[in-house]
Design a protein around this ligand. Structure first.
Ligand SMILES: Cc1cc2nc3c(=O)[nH]c(=O)nc-3n(C[C@H](O)[C@H](O)[C@H](O)COP(=O)(O)OP(=O)(O)OC[C@H]3O[C@@H](n4cnc5c(N)ncnc54)[C@H](O)[C@@H]3O)c2cc1C
Ligand SMILES: Cc1ncc(C[n+]2csc(CCOP(=O)(O)OP(=O)(O)O)c2C)c(N)n1
Ligand SMILES: [Mg+2]
Length: 574
């Protein structure tokens, strides 16, 4: 039988090492799904919502470093991919999206389900093209794949269902995909200039981000030579924090006061592979050096005195031998001391309190960290679970941490856990979900049972959109539109064929987590956690204090005095 374009697509993907496609089927995708069924060269990961498919593919790409693929049927089917694709694109993970299109002879007529994916996805992709005849294949597909891999991000092909069913003209792949490992090093002159700046500095602080992946040894060597504390940005946590005697925590609103002060008190800030976005957390007077693989990243977040294009590993390999002389370690020891105090304060917030509660979410997160396996994969929802993950999960070089850190979309954790578990069936995968986050893409709870994915779904049930509530309070406005009237999630999980557990008191948390983590199948464990758990910025600004007292006044005027007492009860417990 003649090969169809759909078969060619499957061949090219399989040949390039792609193992599966995440998606929801539909008429215009029939050619492709039928070819997957018949050839058995790829797995079809059948989900309930296309947004889940895109997030799941992004998680696979993040963990493996390789290309992952998702697909949606024409019109609304592929439109549902969009939020997940934005996340993948902004996180710079290589993902190919196949957006099926309406019949080619109907295009332009306003036909049933007609949209224009090549316009819709233009903003969240490096490449986005319509396949309008078989002769374009596999070239267009291969360009899309090559672009996603080499520029790291999303590429989209839109293909009408009828074109996928036509006979292929070219019969096989024409490209071998090679993940380039080229190294990029600044010039000798630039390295010498950087070495001089650092040799002249008395108090250097390093801000290390996700671009330090694979350069741990060089980074630690550098910090030792400079006697420099290392602050990390959130996406750098999994690559920087472990086996690191120079670690002083994260900075930013969710960070540690020690990370904040280490940056504010340095005379030279060395930014390595980071795009830490918050301008107000950069020092005003220090000299700033930024090293990034992408020249266009330099100077985006702060003024920069010296910007170098290079990968962290090669740059440090060239730089480190040029850092000379004995250095005073006053700055380092002061920041390390500060870090251990800040760490202690946060750990004290993460204890259980026997009795009727409340369960502190920090306690759940700390126990999760303690009980999870050495190579667990964690995902955390945008909302307070991101805070608990940042502060209480310890990375070790084998554990991984996924979030929607750049795009900042809710409901990422469950879909990312699905993609992680599908790609690593033997690993423990833990989703730290908000109740609001779980609600948003709840349909794919059913996928855990259907696909028999032993994901450990831990729900921080605070009956609210708590992070937003906190933002509203900090901004001095009354919280509004943040209540969640929740079902019993554990019972709901049971009804879906998933083990459901519900911890209502602190004493229940540890035994239930042990049970959940050792369960041989999917499990949802909800913990009824306190709602008003403050996660204060490392340095509380006058404005923020103003905001809080304003909230108090408004709340009192509004007759909500009891809420302030609740807030005090939870937070003044030290
Ligand atoms: C609710 C919420 C709150 C948050 N609060 C905080 C917070 O308080 N603190 C915080 O830190 N983050 C916080 N984040 C995350 C934040 O938005 C950013 O995503 C994060 O700080 C960026 O981390 P990064 O710089 O390590 O990674 P990225 O933004 O991914 O930047 C990595 C940089 O490294 C470069 N690069 C890649 N590879 C290499 C290489 N080999 N060599 C050199 N350069 C390379 C890239 O070009 C890029 O510029 C929060 C997110 C959410 C959702
Ligand atoms: C898709 C989307 N919608 C809205 C927001 C704004 N937002 C950020 S965090 C958050 C609340 C999350 O609630 P939940 O998952 O319950 O976590 P919590 O903060 O309560 O722990 C909201 C609404 C967002 N980031 N993404
Ligand atoms: Mg919530």
């Amino acid at each position: 039988m003649a090969k169809r374009v759909a078969d060619l697509i499957v061949d090219v993907l399989a040949e390039a090492g792609v193992r599966r496609i995440y998606g929801v089927s539909g008429d215009s995708l029939n050619g492709i799904t039928d070819s997957i069924r018949a050839t058995k060269k790829l797995d079809w990961i059948h989900l309930r919502h296309e947004e889940t498919a895109a997030f799941a593919a992004g998680a696979e790409a993040h963990l493996t470093g390789g290309l992952a693929v998702c697909a949606g049927s024409c019109g609304p089917g592929n439109l549902h991919l969009i939020n997940g694709l934005y996340d993948c694109h902004r996180s710079r993970v290589p993902v190919l999206a196949i957006a099926a299109q309406i019949p080619s002879d109907e295009m332009g007529s306003g036909y049933f389900q007609e949209t224009h994916p090549e316009h819709l996805f233009a903003q969240c992709s490096h490449y986005c093209e319509l396949v309008s005849q078989p002769e374009q294949m596999p070239r267009v597909l291969e360009i899309a794949m090559q672009t996603a891999i080499s520029r790291r991000g999303v590429a989209v092909i839109a293909i009408p269902g009828d074109i996928a069913l036509r006979d292929a003209v070219v019969q096989g792949p024409r490209l071998h995909f090679h993940d380039s490992k080229a190294s990029v090093c600044p010039s000798d002159d630039e390295i010498a200039l950087l070495a001089k700046m650092l040799n002249d500095s008395k108090r250097t602080t390093i801000l290390a981000g996700a671009g330090c992946a694979g350069a741990h040894k060089e980074l630690i060597d550098l910090a030792g030579r400079l006697k420099a504390p290392i602050v990390h940005a959130m996406r750098g946590k999994e690559f920087v924090e472990y086996d690191n005697p120079f670690d002083v925590g994260m900075t930013g609103l969710l960070g540690f006061s020690s990370g904040y002060h280490a940056m504010m008190n340095c005379d030279t800030l060395l930014m390595l592979g980071t795009d830490f976005p918050y301008q107000q957390f950069y020092p005003k007077d220090a000299k700033i050096v930024q090293v990034d693989l992408r020249g266009e990243q330099i100077g985006r977040r702060t003024r920069v005195d010296l910007g170098l294009v290079g990968d962290v590993k090669s740059t440090l390999a060239a730089l480190n031998p040029q850092l000379k002389g004995k250095r005073n370690d006053t700055h380092l020891s002061a920041t390390l001391k500060h870090y251990s105090e800040a760490r202690k304060d946060l750990d004290e917030l993460a204890t259980d309190q026997p009795g009727d509660g409340p369960i502190h979410p920090q306690y759940v997160a700390k126990l999760l960290d303690e009980l999870a396996t050495e190579d667990a994969v964690f995902s955390c929802d945008v909302g307070t679970p991101t805070i608990w993950a940042a502060r209480y999960l310890r990375m070790n070089g084998k554990r991984r941490l996924l979030g929607s850190f750049t795009h900042g979309s809710m409901a990422n954790a469950l879909p990312q856990a699905i993609g992680s578990q599908v790609s690593y069936p033997g690993r423990q995968v833990i989703s730290m979900s908000g109740d609001g986050g779980l609600d948003m893409l709840m349909g794919d709870l059913l996928s855990l049972a259907q696909l028999d994915l032993p994901v450990k779904l831990i729900v921080f049930n605070n009956s609210s959109l708590a992070f937003v509530e906190l933002e509203m309070k900090a901004a001095g406005i009354l919280d509004f539109g943040t209540d969640l009237k929740n079902p019993n999630f554990a019972k709901m999980a049971e009804a879906a064929g998933i083990l459901g557990l519900r911890a209502e008191t602190p004493e229940q948390v540890r035994p239930m987590l042990v049970q959940a983590l050792s369960h041989d199948g999917p499990v949802l464990m909800e913990a009824i956690v306190s709602r008003q758990e403050l996660s204060m910025p490392p340095s509380i600004t006058v404005d923020q204090i103003k905001g809080f007292s304003l909230f108090m006044i408004k709340a009192v005027l509004d007759g909500r005095g009891s809420e302030i007492i609740d807030l005090a009860k939870v937070n003044l417990r030290l």
